[in-house]
Design a protein around this ligand. Sequence first.
Ligand SMILES: Cc1cc2nc3c(=O)[nH]c(=O)nc-3n(C[C@H](O)[C@H](O)[C@H](O)COP(=O)(O)OP(=O)(O)OC[C@H]3O[C@@H](n4cnc5c(N)ncnc54)[C@H](O)[C@@H]3O)c2cc1C
Length: 313
Amino acid sequence: MYDIVIIGGGPCGIASVIEAKHAGLAKILLLEKGENHSQTIRKFYKDGKRVDKEYKGLDSTTKGSVEFFDGTKESTLNYFDKLLDEGEFEAIFNVEVESVKKNGDYFEITTSKSGFKAKNVVVAIGRMGKPNKPDYKIPPSIMNLVNFNLNNCGNGEKIIVVGGGNSAAEYACELGKCNDVTLCYRKEKFTRLNDINEAAVYESEKNGSLKLLLGTDISELSNADGKVCVNFTDGKSEVYDRAIYAIGGSTPVDFLAKCGIEMNGEDPIIDEHFQTTTKGLFVGGDIASKKGGSIVVALNNAHTIIDYIVKNK
Ligand SMILES: Cc1cc2nc3c(=O)[nH]c(=O)nc-3n(C[C@H](O)[C@H](O)[C@H](O)COP(=O)(O)OP(=O)(O)OC[C@H]3O[C@@H](n4cnc5c(N)ncnc54)[C@H](O)[C@@H]3O)c2cc1C
């Protein structure tokens, strides 16, 4: 029987482990479906990405025992490596939690491989397990040329990046260094970019490494001789080697339902301690944040959750 099982090894899960250890909880288990912690950072941050402590104007003051600093993708992963290596707890990777069920005064956690029991459970699985997809169909024959991160990109390609947030801007500026890149956003103006990314986008446009297609929406994709033909709502079309969508992620509602978490639409119903309507079952990090979260917000959620668990033991 664990004092606490933490599902998801991203910033919220890692901070939950560290806070739980500091608070004196003895039996702690972290379950992560990837082969290592922080899958969102590994898969969706481009190499060398600047990681901002103050992100999207969200709270940037850490409240618990886990500090955070401006850095890069690599320094952030190194920092989380060290935090995990220093703590004494159990962690199992490559294990996907399938459901959580309350049974009397404890929880049964079922994974793809086995099962565990715990007095408290923190669900911190983020939103990027399911990146948002466009609502038009992507033809299966060009699926390999339509990506949601930078993993498969080469050099010298003609690429369209779709989205108007910081991820889209960073992907486009990075790819623009060695590809022919167009950044396509359906609105006339960027409204969600931080100052640095906004400046980088316009600088890249000025120096010719990025084309901007603002106020333009896409109606569908089709296959043009094995390439991606993008058909725009204004009737125009253009052929690209690759399309990259950076349009965020969505709440894993099916998984939360399997955990018996009551929802209000896409949002889990939680109180100020991030406790769901089931006592002892908590939700933290991106899935607890209506507008999309940040690393510091995830760390702070962990602090609030563990503080509450320890004070109400
Ligand atoms: C491209 C991009 C750039 C960003 N840049 C910044 C930035 O500069 N600064 C900043 O503060 N924030 C940034 N963010 C946001 C930040 O990454 C998130 O707010 C933060 O990662 C949320 O942490 P989390 O722990 O809630 O979830 P995540 O980091 O998403 O971690 C969830 C973990 O749970 C695991 N998991 C999922 N399902 C299961 C399951 N069923 N069983 C077991 N494990 C599971 C996943 O594999 C993953 O490792 C950025 C996000 C993106 C996508």
